[in-house]
Design a protein around this ligand. Structure first.
Ligand SMILES: [Zn+2]
Ligand SMILES: [Zn+2]
Length: 111
């Protein structure tokens, strides 16, 4: 009796902010097949499909350190300031972020 349920289940990263949907290969601070790379945060990474270099990978997104939603690294969805924050949490806690970040955000959102 052969097991046919063996097909690799594709893990999928989904941004809960913009809905970006993309298969990922690993989650963590150290992407597989890379020697010296340790990321600043736990994040979803996928192998760079456009590069033959095995050590090339793309960071898709991560979890908001405050509310835990999964967000992509797009500047419309999250912000990295010592930790990853989704923009909702950033806006909720704006006064806790340095002035520089607030002005950056103000520039970006045409309200
Ligand atoms: Zn997104
Ligand atoms: Zn959040």
């Amino acid at each position: 009796m052969e097991e046919t349920t063996r097909e690799r289940r594709q893990k999928t990263f989904k941004c809960q902010s913009c809905g970006l949907n993309c298969p990922y290969t690993s989650y963590g601070q150290k992407p597989p097949n890379t020697r010296a790379i340790v990321l600043l945060e736990e994040c979803y990474v996928t192998k760079d499909p456009f590069s033959p270099d095995k050590e090339k990978f793309l960071v898709l997104g991560s979890k908001c350190s405050l509310c835990g939603v999964t967000v992509c690294v797009g500047s419309d969805c999250s912000l990295f300031y010592t930790k990853r924050f989704c923009l909702r949490c950033v806006n909720k806690n704006l006064e806790q972020f340095p002035h520089q970040i607030r002005t950056e955000l103000a520039k970006k959102s045409p309200r």
